[in-house]
Ligand binder design. Structure first.
Ligand code: BV8
Length: 248
């Protein structure tokens, strides 16, 4: 596909872009982890009910993701950003940090990041945290040292957007600004979705936002997604095999 020198590119990625790096997708596991529905574990209710189970879920994923490497799909997206600069924006649903490790910086992690923690009580800034805190019942749950210094014991939580939680409004505003810029500058644009089942909102609605801004919508996915009808073009297959040659 040809990208003219003034074309803007908005990319949305999901778990499928990391599948070839060895990170299981949500659909692969039929949405289950150790027979728990991910939507239950990845939720404020799940954390309130069993913080140890939730910390074990994220600790194991932190350990696994840290051992994975970006794949050709990640590298292709990093190369596109290097070539396009401010004409490129990546929005990812993934929390595995692989886009950053591949070199992307014009990136919005709309569902948070696996290697970032925050206090579940105080308003301290979320901070980089690569520790797998809880791998067995013998491990202590991580607590906030800022609260502790004030005599309060508050649990840390992963800086992840759980099901039923709002996305960061500034993230959605940044995407809206990118699309508004395309309209204002009257330039061609492409919306590229890679490796996502199009099930989770509001991420799955971004294709409609881009389309309203005049974008050509392109999908690279192993299987037809729930929102297939929103795409002008569908390249069926593996992201790691298709992305490197997709844009001339
Ligand atoms: C919110 C962090 C509201 C967690 C995640 C009923 C109808 C509609 C919506 C809802 C509803 N009930 C509830 C909702 C809202 C809910 C939602 O959309 N639920 C869905 C399940 C129905 N959304 C939310 O809760 C969001 N918040 O709506 O707040 C609100 C409003 C007001 C006030 C308060 C609150 C928050 C959603 C964020 C949840 N967090 N991630 C974590 O990771 O632990 S979502 C998580 O699941 C991922 O981030 C991702 O977004 C999603 C999984 O989707 P995918 O990434 O697409 O992965 P999946 O496995 O599904 O698909 C992979 C695809 O890749 C497949 O299609 C496969 O074919 C393809 N593939 C595989 N291999 C390859 C490949 N493609 C190419 N190459 C390959 N090699």
């Amino acid at each position: 596909m040809e990208l003219t020198p003034d074309t803007r590119l908005l990319v949305l990625t999901g778990a499928g872009v990391s599948a070839e790096s060895g990170i299981p997708t949500f659909r692969d596991a039929n949405g289950l982890w150790e027979n728990h529905a991910v939507e239950q574990v990845a939720s404020p209710e799940g954390f309130a009910e069993d913080p140890r189970l939730v910390w074990r879920f994220y600790s194991m994923r932190r350990e696994a993701a840290a051992r994975c490497e970006p794949n050709p799909a990640h590298h292709a997206l990093a190369s596109l950003e290097a070539a396009m600069g401010a004409r490129f924006l990546l929005v990812t649903q993934n929390v595995d940090d692989l886009h950053r490790r591949a070199g992307n910086r014009r990136m919005i992690e709309i569902h948070g990041n696996l290697f970032t923690s925050r206090c579940s009580v105080c308003k301290r800034e979320p901070f980089r945290d690569e520790r797998a805190h809880v791998l067995s019942d013998a491990d202590d749950l991580p607590v906030c040292d800022a609260c502790l210094s004030k005599g309060r014991e508050s649990l840390l939580r992963p800086h992840i957007v759980w099901f039923g939680e709002m996305l960061d409004p500034s993230h959605l505003r940044a995407v809206e600004r990118f699309v508004a810029g395309v309209v204002a500058d009257r330039v061609p644009s492409v919306f590229l979705a890679v490796g996502t089942s199009g099930l989770v909102y509001p991420a799955a609605g971004l294709v409609r936002l881009a389309q309203a801004g005049g974008a050509k919508t392109v999908l690279v996915n192993a299987d037809p997604p729930a929102n297939l009808e929103a795409f002008d073009e569908f390249h069926r297959g593996k992201a790691g095999e298709i992305l490197p040659g997709l844009f001339a």
